[in-house]
Ligand binder design. Structure first.
Ligand code: GDP
Length: 448
């Protein structure tokens, strides 16, 4: 979502870095560029104004430190202010209560129902609690079905709401249901509307009064830009919200909503929806997003993602094999699977420092994930014996593999050569002591 903004901001900052010395003049240039980049990204103009004011004041007021270059110092100021703009420290989810109650509110189509299921999975996995889903959108019959289907697919308890019931009645009954099913956090998928109206707000207010939820999360669509900021303000004024979930951040929204919503409403963003699948929810960390925007990478999130999907035993085994130069094509296939689980090569690369610049250079190359797909098809067309020992791959075997994988012999040749080279390199690196202790993220790094 932030590609464009990130490219422009890093461009302005790099120009300052290149100059070696910071002066009022070149800060003025950079500040002008930053202002334009933010406005271009659809950030609210009032937010831009106060942001720029703070950056300028700090930059001109700060003593130039001798240990860092003035450009670096300026980048740090921009980074710090971005973090403040995004909300400072990450704010956790409140799940206390007996049972804990979380309301999800928002307009139709923003991703409220999907987010309810995503959040339940997050609570189960990360907070080790037993969440239960309660659909109270009785006006759109499909909404109840949708949540029940998601619940079933993910083995989550879901209250059997019926469109003939009133929301108040559902909530009343669901308390007993939660007790019987040992649910300790109830996630209420409230009714949505196409736009804010008094009837909806009245209902939400009533339900909130009876239930006193410790969290009322507004699900807002990042693609709607400034409009979602107005919606958030509207909900907050009418019923009071405690946090925001910004969805569809994976789309090509310009980022304005994420950058304006906290400062405008004062409500913290708590989660980001980064895809349609139920696993695609990220805890919102202002400092990490600021780093991503300034192309400084987000290695912490990357490592967390890796910890989530990588099985430590497999990683250690891979590292051991690499050190002994016994790494096979099957092991390689396993690593491709892990990368896929982490969202693909491109999403991994995007989290590394300088990723924006790197991606730009790679523009004319085959996208890395397409390349990996090809390699996967090639390995899958090999026999067990071939995967164990690629040395037996003679001409006729290579032709068969090319035909079987829908590639050409030259692709197979290229891959085998790359595999051999990286295998050698990895084994040397492991011997030199790199990638010890489980072998780093992928058990010693990727063999290419
Ligand atoms: P509701 O009407 O607010 O309950 O919205 P739904 O949960 O039915 O979602 C509306 C559409 O948005 C569906 O097609 C979802 O798959 C999609 N969606 C929800 N969250 C995300 C997200 O984070 N990223 C993307 N790309 N799509 C999402």
């Amino acid at each position: 979502m932030f590609n464009n903004l990130s490219e422009k901001l890093t461009g302005s900052l790099n120009r300052i870095r290149g100059r070696g010395k910071i002066s009022e003049d070149n800060i003025q240039d950079a500040i002008k560029e930053i202002r334009l980049s933010l406005l271009d990204a659809d950030v609210n103009f009032k937010v831009v104004k106060s942001f720029i004011g703070r950056v300028k004041e700090k930059a001109l007021g700060e003593e130039v430190l001798s240990s860092v270059s003035p450009g670096q110092q300026f980048t740090k100021i921009v980074n710090d202010e971005l973090i403040t703009l995004l909300g400072g420290d990450a704010e956790g989810l409140v799940t206390r209560g007996n049972p804990g109650v979380i309301f999800l509110v928002g307009l139709q189509g923003t991703g409220k129902t999907t987010t309810t299921a995503k959040l339940a999975l997050h609570i189960r996995k990360q907070l080790s609690k037993r969440p239960g889903l309660v659909p109270v959108d009785v006006y759109r019959p499909a909404a109840i079905d949708q949540l029940q289907t998601l619940a079933k697919a993910n083995d989550l308890p879901c209250f059997p709401s019926d469109p003939s019931m009133k929301p108040e009645e559902i909530l009343e009954k669901s308390k007993k249901w939660a007790e019987e099913n040992m649910v300790d956090v109830i996630l209420v998928d409230t009714a949505g509307r196409l736009q804010i109206d008094d009837q909806l707000m009245g209902e939400l207010k009533r339900l909130k009064e009876v239930w006193d939820p410790k969290e009322t999360l507004l699900v807002a669509d990042a693609m709607l830009g400034q409009q979602s900021v107005n919606v958030a303000q509207g909900f907050h004024d009418a019923i009071g919200i405690s946090g925001l979930v910004l969805t569809k951040v994976d789309g090509d929204a310009r980022g304005g909503a994420a950058l304006s919503i906290r400062e405008t409403t004062g409500v913290p963003i708590k989660f980001l929806g980064v895809g349609e699948k139920v696993g695609q929810l990220e805890v919102f960390h202002p400092e990490r997003l600021a780093s991503r925007i300034l192309d400084m990478g987000d290695v912490v999130s990357l490592v967390e993602k890796a910890q989530d999907v990588i099985d430590e035993k497999t990683a250690r085994e891979s590292a051991r094999k690499m050190a002994k130069n016994k790494f096979t094509m099957d092991d390689f296939l396993q690593q491709i699977q892990m990368m896929k689980k982490m969202g693909g090569m491109e999403s991994i690369l995007k989290m590394l420092p300088g990723a924006g610049q790197m991606m730009k250079k790679m523009k004319n190359m085959t996208p890395p994930d397409d390349e990996l797909k090809k390699i996967e098809a090639i390995i899958r067309s090999m026999t067990v014996a071939e995967r164990e020992n690629h040395k037996i791959l003679n001409g006729s075997r290579r032709l068969r593999i090319a035909n079987g994988s829908g590639t050409e012999v030259k692709d197979v040749n290229k891959f085998v050569k790359q595999f051999e080279q990286s295998k050698k390199m990895m084994s040397q690196m492991m011997k030199m002591g790199m990638g010890r202790g489980g072998g780093g993220m992928f058990g010693g790094g990727l063999p290419f």
